[in-house]
Every structure is written in structure tokens, then in C-alpha cells.
Design a protein. Sequence first.
Length: 228
Amino acid sequence: MEFLAIIPARGGSKGIPRKNIKQLAGKPLIYHTIKAALDSKYISRVILSTEDEEIASVAKACGAEISVRPVELAQDETKTAPVLVDVIEQLAKQNYRPDVVVLLQATCPLRDSKRLDEAIELFINNPDCDSVFSVKKIGLTHALWRENHDGTVLGLYDYRHRPRRQDLDEHYSLMQETGETYIIRTDVLMKIGDFIGEKPIFHIVDNSVDIDTEEDFKFAEEFLCGKY
């Protein structure tokens, strides 16, 4: 299978200005994700999508190919899936059609090539799934409820057949998306317009950060420098 890595990196970061090229452990933030993709045993091409010339220049120096993103897909409200579709459509004009898209968020620098390849191997070894995405466990629980906007409440578990706490097993662990790796068949992505398919499976990771604040940046730097 042909695996294509796509790294979205627009220039208009609000929380941390110019975040994608800010120095992290002596390298631009995007370097860590580009390197993980380039070092993967499975990924054939690594393409960074941006509208920003400086980010494009830095990414090229790090070894990535560049897909020039339309300005209308580089707004604060722009979602990620249309950016992936734009890259696939640009590549189709060049007669390049990957079997699988691997979305890598540049803001998740703790993912190395080994962890990336573990996720890809999960995808390869589970042919019935159409997508894989990285998650972390946030607790072993089951008694969760949600309050809706209209004041009604919804049980997020089968509360009519609630298990005893001592009977809980790992299947009751809540999972949270880390944002670091999403793998999906290209045909599914183009059909549903999303990067999590109808038959996904988890890739569970231990340490992950999706950098949004200066505190996140500090944690990632300390981790990569071996201080954490």
C-alpha cells in the first residue's frame, strides 16, 4: 500500500504566534513531525500543506514536500478534513493516488517514527478497519452523563445494567484523542470527508501532547530534552 503523510501547518496561530516554526529542543516545531514521517518504514511521501511562505521554506529545509494551500482553507474556522481533500485533489492532477492518508499534526512533537510505525502496523494488520487514530486513556470509569442544551440529560453508558465497580475491566477506560496520528483509507476519506472512518480502531499511546499553550510547549521541550 502507498502511504502518504500530510502535515497541515498554517501561519495564523493565535495562542502561540508562529508556533509551527518556533524552536523546540533546538529545532523548529514542524521538524519533529517531518522527521518522524521521513524515518517511517511505510510512508512513501511527506507533504506539508501551508499558505505561509516562511513555513514552507522551513519545511522544505526539513525534507518535506510542499502543497500550497488556498488562503480560504487557512482561516481560523477552517477544519482539517477539507485541507486533506485539497492535497489529495492536487496530487490526483499529477496522477498520484495514495492508498492511505496519514494525518500528522505538527503540534504533536512527541510522536517519533517508532510510534508512528506502530500505528501504521495496526492498520495493516487489521484489514477490516478503515482507519486508526491515536488516543490516551483518561480513566477507568463508566458512570458518565451529559447535560444537553435543553436541560435534558443523557447517560453515556448502559445505566440500566450498570456493572459493579469491582467488575470493571479495561473496556470501561475512557479514551481521548491525542491529535497526533490519524490513518485512513483514501477512498473512505474522499467519500465521507473526514479522517476517522466508520470502522476505526485505537492506537493507544502513553505520553502525548498537542501544543496549544506555552505550558504545553515547555512540557514538550522538557520531555524531548530528557528532563521529564
